[in-house]
Design a protein around this ligand. Structure first.
Ligand SMILES: [Zn+2]
Length: 291
């Protein structure tokens, strides 16, 4: 399982969330056979969305983040619940991996920077909350930090890291999400920035440590106070019932064409790649068509 830790630092003036998300990223790699750069881009997005989801108050609240930067990876879509559980996918899971001038996977090149980040929060109200911001780097962390500053008017620090090994597995992944509370003093903010700016390589710093151990070690000098911690993971809740509802939207002509072409109707869950297969009789039954 992945692990989320929540606390306060700097006289309780800055809220801090830390995630250890290696398991989440490896589950996504397993479902989609992600290329290294796709694993890094989706893994970073899964990590920040899990922490954002955990901030939601209501048990049934959830959020979806969509990144469309015009790069070869296509669109990144991630959904997170208030338990911190996440799921997500990218248009092109096998996008080619390049290395940037820092010797790291070039996430910005794969994602692109010519586009937007959109966050949709479903908080049990009549309409969802929708916020949008321009992408600023395509590296994901900066893009979310900019989203919080411009769309939610909350100054935040976001650091995300996904380290992929030679065999394509994720060796270490994690993230930090810090938000400056409205009453924070300048002294607290600059003390925090000093520590935060030294955390450029989160996946390496968190390697071999739990989220809580990393937080305690890194933020002890800022008077870290624990709020809570929880387990979370990559969870897809698809089921035949839910896929049946997708099938119902097909016309009789659609179903007949699919049966003629492939002998069955196949629906693939975007979030876990699970295939749901219906033969003609089953498809007709679900859709309520006469034989
Ligand atoms: Zn699924």
């Amino acid at each position: 399982m992945a692990e989320i830790f929540k606390g306060l630092v700097c006289n309780d003036e800055i809220a801090l969330t830390v995630i250890k998300s290696t398991d989440i990223v490896n589950k996504a790699i397993g479902y989609f056979d992600l290329s290294p750069v796709a694993a890094a881009a989706l893994g970073r997005t899964l990590s920040i969305c899990s922490m954002m989801g955990y901030e939601l108050k209501g048990e049934k609240d959830y959020l979806t983040a969509v990144i469309n930067g015009g790069g070869d990876i296509g669109i990144i879509t991630v959904t997170a619940s208030s338990s911190g559980n996440v799921k997500g996918y990218v248009t092109n899971p096998h996008v080619e991996s390049h290395i940037n001038s820092f010797g790291k996977l070039d996430v910005a090149k794969a994602v692109g920077v010519d586009g937007k980040l959109t966050v949709i929060k479903n908080l049990g109200l009549k309409d969802p909350y929708v916020g949008t911001s321009d992408l600023v780097s395509g590296e994901i962390a900066e893009d979310f930090a900019n989203y919080f500053a411009t769309s939610e008017q909350t100054p935040c620090g976001v650091a995300l890291g996904v380290k992929i090994g030679k065999d394509g597995d994720c060796l270490s992944a994690g993230g930090i999400f810090a938000s400056v509370l409205p009453f924070a003093s300048e002294e607290s903010i600059s003390a925090f920035e000093k520590v935060f700016s030294s955390l450029s390589n989160v996946s390496a710093l968190m390697d071999g440590k739990s989220a809580e151990a990393f937080a305690q070690e890194t933020f002890a000098s800022l008077g870290l106070r624990k709020i809570d911690s929880a387990s979370c993971g990559y969870v897809c809740d698809c089921s035949k019932d839910k896929i049946d509802k997708v099938l119902i939207s097909l016309s009789k002509q659609d179903v007949d064409e699919l049966i003629a072409e492939r002998g069955c109707v196949e629906v693939v869950c975007q979030f876990c790649n699970k295939k749901y297969v219906y033969d003609k009789q089953q498809a007709y039954e679900v859709c309520g068509f006469e034989k």
